[in-house]
Design a protein around this ligand. Structure first.
Ligand SMILES: Nc1ncnc2c1ncn2[C@@H]1O[C@H](COP(=O)(O)OP(=O)(O)OP(=O)(O)O)[C@@H](O)[C@H]1O
Length: 250
């Protein structure tokens, strides 16, 4: 029997008022893969991410995370589930008055009873994992945008979640810094077995990190492609998908 997927999404639809953002979105995310949600501006990528973790209600469909249906879970089960996933929001800024170590310690403090020295040690280990071991004592204002993203990933990984969501990780980064971040994401996935769900519309990133992807489309109000991004680039006959992957006019 195939291993249970880390995420199972079946026929997801989301509406805001009378407006349907997407409908009938169905996919599985497998253990250890880097799964990319892509598509143009406003197609609902971030909304889908929020739906998966129970922050946006479904108009239809069902979603399971780590075997648990979040919409059906009670408060306690939901909290336990959310503790097992890490999220780095696009807007997820670090707290400016705290060092990087203190920022990464926050979720550890919130969710465990560990004493300060142990929290700090774990936080510094996570910063080491993302290449920021030497910057642990710095304030967010003292580091670059790329370093801040790495610190955000370290914070999202603080509790060793088996599943990490990254919302537009390369937003605002130059191409070289962005490529470095992509490399880090692949390294973490391969070294730790963490499953990643990454929202992005950066073609270079998608091709560099994505094991599989789904593409959402605003006009279609749903999914227009699913699969290995490199194969979609070669084989897709859908005009919008081709246009995106080959940088052609649709
Ligand atoms: N809470 C909300 N209430 C009403 N409309 C919303 C809400 N959140 C998102 N939307 C709308 O849903 C649509 C999808 O938004 P979403 O942010 O998910 O798109 P996106 O694909 O992530 O876009 P971008 O790449 O620009 O971040 C947009 O038209 C947005 O205005």
């Amino acid at each position: 029997m195939a291993e249970e997927p880390v995420i199972r999404a079946e026929g997801l639809s989301v509406r805001f008022g009378a407006r349907t953002v997407f409908k009938d979105v169905t996919f599985d995310v497998r253990r250890g893969e880097i799964f990319v949600i892509l598509g143009g501006s406003g197609c609902g990528k971030s909304t889908l991410l929020k739906t998966l973790i129970g922050l946006v209600p479904l108009a239809a469909g069902r979603a399971w995370l780590l075997g648990e249906e979040i919409a059906a879970a009670g408060d306690e089960a939901r909290r336990a589930l959310l503790r097992r996933i890490g999220v780095m929001w696009q807007s997820g800024a670090l707290f400016g008055s705290m060092t990087l170590t203190e920022n990464v310690e926050l979720p550890i403090e919130e969710h465990t009873g560990l004493p300060r020295p142990a929290r700090s040690m774990l936080a510094r280990a996570k910063l080491g994992l993302v290449g920021l071991g030497d910057a642990a004592g710095r304030l967010p204002a003292e580091i670059s945008g790329g370093m801040a993203k790495r610190a955000g990933i370290a914070r999202a990984m603080a509790l060793d979640p088996p599943l990490l969501f990254l919302d537009e990780p390369s937003a605002g980064l130059d191409p070289i810094t962005s490529a470095g971040l992509d490399k880090l994401i692949v390294e973490i996935a391969r070294e730790t077995g963490t499953t990643f769900v990454v929202v992005t519309h950066e073609l270079q990133s998608i091709l560099a990190i994505g094991d599989r992807c789904i593409m959402l489309d605003k006009e279609a109000q749903g999914m227009i492609a699913e699969g290995d991004p490199k194969r979609l680039r070669e084989d897709s006959t859908h005009p919008t998908v081709r246009a995106f992957f080959r940088r052609e006019a649709a």
